[in-house]
Design a protein around this ligand. Sequence first.
Ligand code: ADP
Ligand code: MG
Length: 682
Amino acid sequence: MNEQLLQSVTVIKGIGEETANALAQLNIHTINDLLEHFPYRYEDYRLCHLMDVKHNERVTVEGKIQSEPSLIYYGRKRSRLTVRLLVDRALIQVVFFNQPYLKKSLAINETITVTGKWDQHRQTITANEMKRGHYSMTTMFEPVYTVKGSITVKGMRRFIQLALNQFADQVEETLPAHLLKQYRLLPKKAALTACHFPRSAKDVKQARRRVVYEEFLLFQLKMQALRKFEREQSKGMIHKYDENKLNAFIASLPFPLTNAQTRVVQEILNDLNSPYRMNRLLQGDVGSGKTVVASIALYACVLSGSQGALMVPTEILAEQHAHSLTQLFEPFGVNVQLLSSSVKGKRRKELLSDLQAGDIHLLVGTHALIQEEVKFKKLGLVITDEQHRFGVEQRRILREKGENPDVLFMTATPIPRTLAITVFGEMDVSIIDEMPKGRKMIETYWAKHHMLERVLIFMEKELIKGRQAYVICPLIEESDKLDVQNAIDVYTTLTNYFDNRFNVGLMHGRLTSEEKETVMKAFTVNEVQVLVSTTVVEVGVNVPNATFMLIYDAERFGLAQLHQLRGRVGRGSEQSYCVLLADPKSDVGKERMKIMTETNDGFLLSEKDLELRGPGDFFGKKQSGLPEFKIADMVHDYRALETARKDAAMMVQTEQFWQSNEYAYLRDYLEKSGVLRGEKLD
Ligand code: ADP
Ligand code: MG
């Protein structure tokens, strides 16, 4: 970038120290910062036809004054100034509140342009702006900026205008000419000017299009360059395994793999075979059968003489996985062990030394796996289930426990494609987009709280058939205590309600892991028929006889999370049901409940969730790891995002990109971001 633009804003004539300090509050330090402080919207001053305008909408019209202005005072400072105005062929009224001084500029037969709110019933505009004379083209769109402290929007406009007047000529093109041509993008300088001071709706659109593409391209270049370097630099392991043995294992499974499972297994095996380090995200809806895919990958790894690790977010899930893997691998002589916080003392010591000696082939556990004391002999593959719950740091530590082990992240939260390619842009992605045959759709209903009685009768019908039920209590933000109390209350209510007819169990985050295990076991073997639980039960738990789920205060959950919870039922061959108990107040809330009742497709739900809640809320703020764009919007501009990704992926593979002058700015950008020095984005 031109060095001139990296100078402090004080270099601009008309901006002094004081303004500079105020701008610094907005993180605007250099001239370039100021030029790239984009408006977040525009005030629209386009001339309208009143016939096209709805009640209460903002309008700008031009007309001829038809009456002497009448001014009325009420109270000491308040006034109301009214004139009649002929607009096209309609006679309307224009009202100015508390602007008595305008009276002298409003004379009969004078032409004025006014902007304000249109009251259709009274045929009146409540004006907040007025200009004498004909509508002038230069004011069609006025940019509106984020401002802070002493800086007003008007002030910001002026500062940016000053910056453009004095420094626009220093703005250099950042994109290669052929891209500008291919996508018909405005040159950088023109785009900046049009963005801040557009003269037409087309200007706004074109300027935005250019800026959005550039933002996405820069971001995707980082991702793609990182991906390229990871592939080239990290010497991964080549896992050589006996294919016949692996096939024998696959044939021993109680069911044939679905086509989607077969496909992703192949993608993963290719990675294992390759000298690159696998860095792959496996997405598949709840119940799509990710566990068996994981076990095939783990077995291939064991057959090649390495160890595997499976890391999951909760102890319950760790136990379940350890249990099912043990059964699965028993006939194949694979030693599977569980490392949880309840494995203590001598037993723990033994386990750790067996692991280091290589006698344990597969280790399953929670965060416990990434403690210092856990040492593998030869870690070849790390799989994390429901990975979005792990922090980036935890993932890194685990990866470093081996010498570049292959890494597979599994998630059942279907991530909309737009997010997947931004958040996980540097990874390869495999998707299981097919359910095992014979799955029934989970019938989902939305009930208001006052209908609880009827819901419980419905639930009891299922229990009488010998089935089991989950009752999920709402998560109360920031209060683990209230959370637990809530679950206890529901538990008490239901215990009373079902009296001696059915047993009710209680599960929440405050229980010790032994207590949790006891409850879970009782539910698994059907000693407990109704399990009241907080969301700890969310991930992975598998009790096929449970066919009914009741979710309290469902409006508090995101769609993705509701879907995840719902996935605990519908795991057997019987018809399952899910009832959402909710009295949402907002339209969005109602919309979300409705969508849940209409579809079982996790990917569709995740797209909707993203639309309704925005990307920030999608993963929860803390772990979002979402990039922030100045102007681009990942959801609405997803086409541009995909295009930029494709372009970036191609670019980094070409000779020209790394050599030709056309790409100098982009290379420079990568250099500055640290990607070229092999620094990780996280
Ligand atoms: P998730 O993807 O949610 O982790 P699981 O791996 O727990 O799903 O699988 C859900 C259920 O589907 C399990 O009971 C599993 O045995 C079964 N399953 C997995 N793959 C198949 C298949 N190809 N055909 C039939 N059942 C399958
Ligand atoms: Mg699972």
